[in-house]
Design a protein around this ligand. Structure first.
Ligand code: ASP
Ligand code: MG
Length: 605
């Protein structure tokens, strides 16, 4: 019998009528021939209210007792849901995380799932019950109640779908799917019919996703198709699966991270271990760092800039001040008034001209780009906060994200239904794969970091234009001219302007295009009044890719540590949810690879 997991968020169970509505939906799914597991969140704002209550008593409540407190919200919901289903004449059984056997580690408020028992769930389902599981909670080895972090019910739902090898995992919420960008900022944003796990991970971490990031990591790792849809209608929403809606389009979504702050550590002595010194101190304060940019060192010194959430700026600065002494930095600057605009798409990995299109659209509006980083599937720029919303809208339009790419739709739509024969055949094949995955991973903790690949790319060279004036349109001009010369650019990094008001712009190109690239860069640099061009004919790009890179903050640190210990200097860095890339000197490539392979041996699958 097909099995469906249906998750209802807080707004979908906010009052008795909504609880009854959700109950009817589950009953209908059961009557259509499915076994049904519901996962529910706390009603409405309950979790916030519980947090407020505790805060009225003390600002330092013990974490264990907070989890004891917060877990009650979901316990209320599961009981009421079971009562609702009974009242409608059907069998239901509510279970807490502990009763199911959701085992987690012992980190209160942000526990990770280690394993989930399925025997009791299966038995209750086979007895004809709709099983109602409390989201967001589990128990550690000592039977203490733990919670998974805000929004964690999504993760419970996808994890249950994974271990039960469910045919569908439906996330019912107050929005009707995943949008190309935040519709509150850009009204012309469009709902996507489908989005890939990787794109969704990027968007979720940019704060744009409706979903808890860790739930998407689960989906990807265990191959669970996730259907995000409205709890108020029967319209299909957005499928989160392996493949994007339109693999041929470069960009599938755009996002704004409004509350970012930038920190620049100026004049760091450019030697192995400097980044490690800085970032390990910040990580120790549990702050996640983004957009790390290091300009290529002149006279043995480099500026390292990065962004942190604005609320963490002060704490991050404390950590940076300690590190700055050790790396003999010349100074520290920061800016709390910036925002990050990103575009995301699996398709951009195979296309040229994507970055330049983004830069040009911003240039035309006179919006200055303060920093740039790119990864395989994401381009991020830093702009002033005042112009950020406008920038998002401009970029969204530039990539025509408001246009329905399904027009004339011959593209296969990801299946939403479990009732049809075809879907269940597919589901069977998928189940076999998933079963193998689940079996393999049963020996380890479900949410552990897994690394798929550690790789070395020695095919590229680097070009750097230094002394680039800090004004709108420069990046657009450079990359249009580079593209016109027929050069294929991979990584792009633009540093934050130095004290003198100039930035450095580095990019990587195939080795055999280096000569042409340097010529083009020199020409462009001269015409734009830049200082000069340097290049390195022989660089090595080392990459670590896998699942959980960002929610496990230590990955970049682990890379820096391994390379620093081996005396390998890092020249360029970029990070995404699924990959961390560093560029090092070409002569260190093989050694770097060996070091990284051994540094990640325990999590390499
Ligand atoms: N009730 C928890 C929260 O508000 C978990 C969830 O809703 O997913 O964060
Ligand atoms: Mg929620």
């Amino acid at each position: 019998m097909p099995l469906i997991v249906q998750k209802f968020g807080g707004s979908s169970v906010a009052n008795p009528e909504k609880i009854l509505r959700a109950a009817r939906r589950a009953i209908r799914a059961q009557q259509e021939g499915n076994q049904v597991v519901m996962v529910v969140s706390a009603m409405g704002d309950t979790t916030d209210d519980l947090l407020d209550l505790a805060a009225k008593i003390t600002d330092r409540p013990p974490a264990r007792e907070m989890d004891m407190l917060l877990s009650t919200g979901e316990q209320v919901s599961v009981a009421l849901m079971a009562i609702a289903i009974h009242s409608l004449g059907n069998k239901a059984l509510s279970l807490t995380g502990a009763q199911i056997g959701v085992k987690t580690d012992a980190s209160y408020r942000k526990a990770r799932i280690k394993s989930i028992e399925t025997a009791r769930l299966r038995k209750s389902l086979d007895d004809g019950n709709i099983v109602i599981a409390a989201g967001f909670q589990g128990i550690d080895d000592d039977f203490n109640i733990t919670t998974l972090g805000r929004g964690g019910s999504d993760t419970t739902a996808v994890a249950l779908a994974a271990v039960l090898r469910a045919d569908a995992c439906e996330i019912y919420t107050d929005v009707d799917g995943i949008y190309t960008t935040d519709p509150r900022v850009v009204p012309e944003a469009r709902r996507a019919s489908r989005i890939s796990y990787d794109e969704m991970l990027e968007l979720a971490s940019l704060g744009a996703g409706v979903m808890h990031s860790r739930s998407i990591e689960f989906g990807k790792k265990f191959d669970v198709p996730i259907h995000v849809r409205s709890s108020f209608t029967d319209q299909p929403g957005t499928m989160i699966v392996a493949d994007p809606e339109r693999p041929d389009l470069p960009v599938s979504g755009a996002a704004i991270t409004k509350d970012e702050a930038r920190i620049t550590v100026q004049g760091v002595v450019d030697k192995p271990g400097a980044s490690l010194e800085i970032f390990s101190r910040i990580a120790a304060k549990n702050i996640s760092v983004d957009m790390i940019v290091q300009n290529v060192g002149e006279s043995g010194r480099a500026d390292i800039s990065f962004t942190v959430p604005q609320t963490e700026l002060d704490t991050a600065l404390e950590a940076v001040r300690e590190a700055a002494k050790i790396v003999q930095a010349e100074g520290i600057t920061s800016d709390a008034n910036i925002a990050k605009i990103s575009v995301v798409g699996l398709g951009m990995a195979k296309q040229t001209g994507v970055a330049q299109k983004m830069f040009r659209s911003l240039a035309e509006a006179g919006i200055n780009i303060q920093m740039i980083t790119t990864s395989e599937i994401k381009i991020s720029v830093l702009v002033s906060r005042e112009r950020a919303q406008e920038a998002l809208r401009i970029v969204h339009r530039a990539f025509e994200l408001d246009r329905d790419p399904q027009a004339g739709s011959q593209l296969p739509r990801a299946s939403e239904a479990t009732s049809s024969k075809d879907a269940s055949n597919n589901a069977n094949a998928r189940n076999e794969i998933a079963a193998a995955v689940v079996a393999r991973l049963q020996s380890m903790n479900m949410e552990d970091l897994t690394i798929d690949d550690v790789s070395l790319d020695s095919s590229q060279a680097r070009v750097t234009i230094s002394g680039v004036p800090d004004k709108p349109g420069l990046a657009a001009q450079v990359f249009e001219d580079v593209a016109a010369a027929g050069i294929f650019v991979d990584m792009i990094v633009q540093s934050h302007p130095s004290a003198a008001g100039v930035a450095s712009l580095s990019f990587t190109v195939p080795k055999d295009q280096l000569k042409k690239s340097v010529e083009a860069a020199t020409r462009i640099g001269q015409s734009l009044g830049c200082k000069g061009v340097t290049s390195s004919p022989n660089i090595a790009k080392l990459s670590v890719s896998g699942v959980g890179l960002r929610t496990h903050v230590g990955v970049a640190i682990r890379m820096f540590k391994a390379l620093a210990t081996a005396g390998v200097n890092v020249e360029m860095i970029n990070t995404s949810e699924v990959r961390v890339n560093v560029v090092v000197d070409g002569t260190s490539g093989d050694r770097g690879l060996t070091e990284l392979q051994s540094a990640f041996a325990d999590v390499l699958r």
